[in-house]
Design a protein around this ligand. Structure first.
Ligand SMILES: [Ca+2]
Ligand SMILES: [Ca+2]
Ligand SMILES: [Ca+2]
Ligand SMILES: [Ca+2]
Length: 405
């Protein structure tokens, strides 16, 4: 009878008010760890077959180079370093931080501070290097342009995008019209108007614009103005009707717009949200809601429907959040949980009902989104957590890799 009762016990623990550290399941075991320097909230780890690519800002964000700057290529099973690729030196010597990485057939393209975009082959040879004289603060994106596949990045202090042929390194600039200046987001690419060519969406912090560019004509399809759009826009078909939406955010507001026209579909305010964290949202198809972390006042993680209804909210006291939640199955039931990481060093697994499955604690603050994928080739989800102590740690879970969203 006792074993039956245990078997029927709910697998999750609803988060109690008070200290997050109490009464919680501790979470998965560490599989391996590697010292690679720090990642920022703008960076993401990316898997390429058997290796995990970690873009690192090194030991510090100062103006000089440091020993751990660069792209770290880790064995996904063991965490051992296969390659540590350094951005070419500059004169005078400047930081050599890597802000993001994109995998294409041609190799690994990274965005860097001061040095623009460059690409390494899988053997670590420098394929090409496009210097832009400005930081590219966010990971590069892939754009299926009218001329074929391009890598695209936004130069932080300019009103232009740089696009590069990933095979040849031939580069071009794409000037953003309508008074756009000083890009500050990853570029989102997707066909918004259904003409078969991917369009681009970008946020400008200083000109207070969110602008959608027609990929064919490179003119504005639509734009929103008047706010500091602090989030990297995302192109997602949130209502499943085949036409994409654009998710973005400014101040304390998350905005979902019709992709073709820019017409707002959802304007959701999260009063008291910390300015820098409302961008850290993730659309959760299975739960049909946007996961929005809210810091500062009544800190919480909320699940908000496309109609603006608060489906559930999980309190997370005194824990700021910079990282966008990651969706992955971590308990083996084949459906995804949201993996939420906090600046208090917590990693929380929350199911679609808003119940907390477990909490794992890193030794330091977490800014970058948690990586989830099958790094061991066993079909199970491995999580990788980057924290400010400069280490990444892989966590073994029984989750089904690539579980239902
Ligand atoms: Ca650095
Ligand atoms: Ca289009
Ligand atoms: Ca849609
Ligand atoms: Ca699950």
């Amino acid at each position: 009878m006792l074993s039956l009762l245990l078997a029927c016990a709910p697998p999750s623990t609803v988060l109690p008010p008070g200290d997050l550290g109490q009464a919680l399941v501790k979470g998965p075991k560490v599989l391996w760890e590697a010292q690679v320097g720090r990642m920022t909230w703008r960076s993401r780890m990316v898997q390429d077959g058997a290796v995990l690519l970690v873009p690192s800002n090194g030991d510090e964000w100062g103006t000089g180079p440091d020993a751990r700057d660069g792209l770290w290529v880790l064995d996904g099973r063991k965490g051992s370093t296969e390659l540590h690729l350094l951005v070419p030196e500059t004169t005078p010597a400047r930081e050599r931080d890597v802000n993001g990485v994109l995998v294409t057939e041609a190799g690994w393209t990274v965005s860097t501070d001061q040095n623009g975009l460059l690409q390494w082959s899988r053997q670590g040879a420098l394929n090409w290097h496009v210097e832009m004289g400005g930081d590219i603060e966010f990971p590069p994106s892939v754009w299926r342009s009218p001329e074929g596949l391009r890598v695209v990045g936004a130069v932080e202090r300019a009103s232009q995008l740089v696009t590069v042929d990933p095979e040849t390194g031939e580069s071009a600039t794409l000037r953003v019209p309508n008074g756009f200046e000083k890009a500050f987001s990853q570029v989102a690419a997707g066909d918004l108007n259904g003409d078969g060519v991917q369009d681009l969406v970008i946020a400008g912090r200083h000109s207070h614009q969110l602008i959608a560019l027609d990929g064919q004509s490179q003119r504005a399809l639509w734009q929103h103005e008047g706010h500091i759009y602090q989030a990297s826009p995302q192109i997602v078909d949130v209502d499943g009707d085949g036409a994409p939406e654009v998710i973005s955010a400014f101040a304390d507001t998350v905005l979902i717009s019709e992709g073709a026209t820019g017409k707002p579909k959802l304007v959701y305010k999260t009063p008291g949200a910390r300015y820098a964290t409302v961008h850290a949202f993730t659309w959760w198809p299975q739960a049909q809601c946007l996961i929005i972390p809210r810091s500062r006042v009544d800190a919480s993680v909320s699940c908000v429907s496309l109609e603006g209804e608060l489906i559930w909210s999980l309190p997370i006291l005194s824990q700021r959040i910079s990282a966008a939640p990651t969706l992955a199955d971590v308990d083996g039931d084949g459906t995804n949980e949201a993996i939420v990481a906090t600046e208090g060093g917590r990693v929380l697994a929350v199911n679609a009902q808003g119940e907390l499955l477990w909490a794992w604690t890193a030794p330091d603050a977490i800014e970058a989104p948690v990586f989830a994928g099958d790094l061991r080739g066993d079909g199970r989800t491995t999580l990788v957590v980057a924290s400010h102590d400069g280490w990444v740690r892989a966590l073994k879970t029984p989750g089904v890799a690539g579980g239902v969203q």
